[in-house]
Unconditional design. Sequence first.
Length: 362
Amino acid sequence: MTTLSHILPKRQSLLRSTSLVSIMTFCSRLTGFARDMLIAQLFGATAGMDAFLVAFRIPNFMRRLFAEGAFSQAFVPVLAEYQQTQSTDEVRTFIARVAGQLLGILTVVVTIGMLLTPFIILIFAPGFAAHSARAILATMMLKITFPYLMLISLTAMSGAVLNTYGYFGIPAITPLWLNVVMIACALYLSPWCQWPIMSLAWGVLLAGIIQFLFQLPFLWQKKLLVKPAWVRGDKGVQRVIKLMIPALFGVSIAQLNLMIDSIFASFLEIGSVSWLYFTDRLTDFPLGVFGVAIATVILPHLSRRHADQNIKRFSQALDWGLRSLLIIGIPAMIGLAFFSMPLIACCFAYGKFNLVDLIQTQ
């Protein structure tokens, strides 16, 4: 009886946190679909849309390494351990030093990336070489979107800190700003741009700034807002880097698959990159709403159980997470497999997104 009374509140806490993150993420995904429906209607699957998607996908590819992917997987367990075993001042010092290291690396990466944008486009979309207009447009937009990598990576670190301390709502709702700002730019900025599609690139950069600033007051309120500090040889930072190395391989495989798809699509007819993107948006929806919510909530919990050396509660939480994913994932897979055409038609088949685009996206 004591065991059940001890376990059930923990599971209820996980369920409440997961439900909160799922609701917030669902709101973000809904606005994301509204954004994609709008840009499909306004721009269709055109050469300009292909160019923007490549320019947007490149910083997002690197974001998975520096932000939600390998970095978060390495940072959260170490931060959770510090939270359990160290004083508040030591935790703040650790956060500051990790932020300083991350900021330094990102500054170098973004600077090099902006200087070498034409070569990066040729690497990630070599098929654009045969269509100089697409390559030039993608290069111009990548110069605008590349700084988004730094902004969103720092935002992801702020969100990881809040998640570790149990404040899941703010990081979960932060991505909504990207959708809202891009919608506003597509509607109101595009008429003022020489190439209307450029409004989306400016929307990405502006959204990155807003997302970063949005979380700072909440960090300050929780006394977790620190000034980045560059210190060589810090043991905590070194642990994060060591944990990142194996995590990079796992994250890179999934992201490389997406980039390889884009590379092949760049050699195909105009619109292929766009068709692939809209397909990914539908298939990623269940993962983005439920899978990410479960992972976001359970990772700090598992990290604390590992730090406590509590194998039983670690196993119980992991079992709960896997069962939840299966309960949600299997019906979602069946639904997408059997109802792909009506789903795509309902979401995207408006305006410049024509019947050919609908068939190819399916």
